[in-house]
Write a protein that binds this ligand. Sequence first.
Ligand code: NI
Length: 187
Amino acid sequence: MSIRPIVITGDPVLHTRAQEVSEITPEIETLVADMYETMAAAPGVGLAATQIGVGLRIFVFDWHDGEIHHRGEAINPTLELSPISAEWPDEDTESEGCLSIPGERYPLKRADRAVLRAKNLAGEDFTIEATGWLARIFQHEFDHLDGLLYADRLLKPYQREIKKVIKYEGWGEPGNSWTPGVDYLEP
Ligand code: NI
């Protein structure tokens, strides 16, 4: 297992629809193990394969919801959502971030409920009915597999701000990455 570099916005792999996994091979097992290790080191609550430069439909998640620990891998997932409110998002309770736009957080409305259906590494189908932050994590990671970042979904004023940051940091073009535990990131 190893920690892999996390690709930063601007790299085509993050902005392209990822491909279905056709077979769970030892290479896929290694990939998923590396995704867990990279997510833990970042640290993050979710990580998509595209974020370590692999265009396959897999994400991992790790979220404590009170007593319940949600941790798993979702291979070839589908996601069913409740309607998304058209209200303005709350900066304190609805701001999310992304390891591929490191250090930034912006508010965004998401569906309150999400039903995730996917396969795990054992090839078993599973379903999780998520609410709250877990539902948000699923939506964020699922978007990654469709080549979408949360920046793409932000309301105009926030989108303007994040675009400025991306330009200022010299991101927004191919070839940028950071490695958890190696590169220092300002909190
Ligand atoms: Ni992300």
